[in-house]
Design a protein around this ligand. Structure first.
Ligand SMILES: [Zn+2]
Ligand SMILES: [Zn+2]
Length: 433
């Protein structure tokens, strides 16, 4: 497979074209119907055994799914933009995950590769200096933008699938591709993992474009420091009344929400490690002269490990219930996202370091970087490791025009063949163990 690097560099035009197509049609969490349809069609064409919809998602474990109405309009939109209607139908309800499997003649290990597909809810820059604008691939879905680089991840995943299929005689064991919806808001991985599709994986790899790997031609072999996180919505329901004539007859949900927001930020920190808390949204009330009967907050916690995050979330639920009791209003809470912390498999990371260095294709190979954010890939990694397998998470270096989730985000498309080349090399290496 020595010629693999020549081949990937020869694919630059194809990779750029695919990435720009995905960039023009971004789809946010659980609405990746066009993207997933393209992935499934492509994998089938390449000879993979393809599973999607109910086969790869446990519906009970899907968090933060949009309304049926939003899902339907996104399904219609995807079909109008070229998605296969039969595939879209199988993904109804937002079950947009796709898995592709290929078994090779030579015996070996099961290697899992995971790519996330969703976009962000960001209005993309229309400034003439923003390359997607200047070169005509700006988002056509106003309010949606690939501002994290997942358009690049899908592009890389499909190119890896293509090269592996073309070189299947040189591969060993089995390769499984996981195309995951709803990474943003850490909502999608749990449902895919819960379906059991990752249970036989012995070596698991994923990664991200950019972030702390902000130099061209750089590769980070292990990305650690994933924070465990939980996302929660709380809805307070009180009783409305006339603010002038009968305020005493009301039960004030606005004050309960406000009290909860303040109290949440006073939760004691944990002595065992880092924690975070944020109330990011508060909405309440219906009119100036009405005692407010509705209030909601959207909040999140994080922790250096799963126990610390659980402590933060348990305390949060207690504070929210206490704030509701204080104003005699009702409260319901709903978990809308979450991810565990996870450990990296260091032996695997060291092998990646040696292989990447020996390839001579990267000007800088970094053994380890700490992320300090959350990624729901940790669900996959945690499950593989619990089953005795190894897992790690890489970063593909690129200079960035603006930070992740910024309206002017853009990356250097020359990072795409680099990511493809190393993933194909590693899939062959670990399959052959
Ligand atoms: Zn992101
Ligand atoms: Zn991302």
């Amino acid at each position: 497979m020595n010629e693999i690097w020549q081949e990937v560099y020869g694919m630059q035009g194809e990779l750029t074209k695919r990435r720009r197509d995905l960039h023009r049609y971004p789809e946010s969490a659980w609405t990746e119907f066009r993207t997933a349809s393209m992935v499934a069609t492509e994998l089938t064409k390449l000879g993979y055994e393809v599973h999607l919809g109910n086969e790869v998602m446990d519906e009970k474990e899907m968090m933060g799914v949009p309304s049926a109405q939003i899902l339907q309009s996104c399904m219609d939109r995807a079909i109008s933009e070229g998605a296969d209607p039969a595939l879209v139908e199988k993904m109804s309800g937002g079950k947009t995950g796709v898995m592709g499997i290929m078994h090779f003649a030579k015996p070996g290990k099961v290697v899992g590769l995971r790519f996330d597909m969703d976009s962000n809810e960001v209005v993309e820059s229309s400034d003439s200096t923003h390359r997607p604008m200047a070169e005509n691939f700006r988002s056509t879905h106003e309010g949606c933008m690939h501002a994290c680089g997942h358009d690049g991840h899908v592009t890389v995943g499909l190119a890896v699938a293509k090269l592996i299929a073309e070189h299947k005689d040189e591969m060993s064991g089995t390769v499984k591709f996981f195309f995951q919806p709803a990474e943003e808001g850490v909502r999608g991985a749990r449902a895919m993992v819960a379906s059991g599709i990752v249970d036989d994986v012995e070596y698991f790899l994923s990664g991200h474009i950019g972030f702390n790997a902000d130099k061209d031609n750089e590769l980070v072999c292990m990305t650690g420091g994933f924070l465990a996180t939980s996302k929660l919505d709380a809805h307070f329901t009180g009783v409305s009344s006339h603010a002038g004539a009968a305020p005493e007859q009301g039960k004030n949900a606005l004050l309960a929400a406000a009290q909860a927001a303040i109290s949440l930020h006073t939760i004691s920190r944990h002595g065992a490690g880092a924690s975070r808390i944020n109330v990011g949204v508060i909405n309440a009330g219906t009119g100036r002269n009405v005692l407010p009967d509705v209030g909601e907050i959207k909040m999140e916690t994080r922790g250096a490990n799963t126990d610390i995050n659980n402590y933060m979330m348990n305390e949060s639920k207690r504070m929210i219930a206490a704030a509701a009791a204080m104003y005699d209003v009702k409260v319901t809470t709903k978990e809308v996202g979450g991810a565990p912390a996870c450990e990296l498999s260091e032996d695997m990371g060291k092998e990646i370091y040696n292989i990447a260095t020996a390839s001579g294709q990267f000007t800088e190979v970094v053994p380890f970087i700490s992320l300090g954010a959350s990624e729901d890939c940790s669900y996959f990694m945690d499950r593989v490791q619990r089953n005795g397998g190894q897992a790690t998470y890489m970063m593909y270096g690129t200079t960035l025009k603006a930070g992740h989730h910024n309206m002017a985000f853009d990356f250097n498309e020359e990072c795409l063949p680099k990511a493809v080349g190393i993933l194909v090399t590693l899939a062959q290496h670990f399959g052959n163990k």
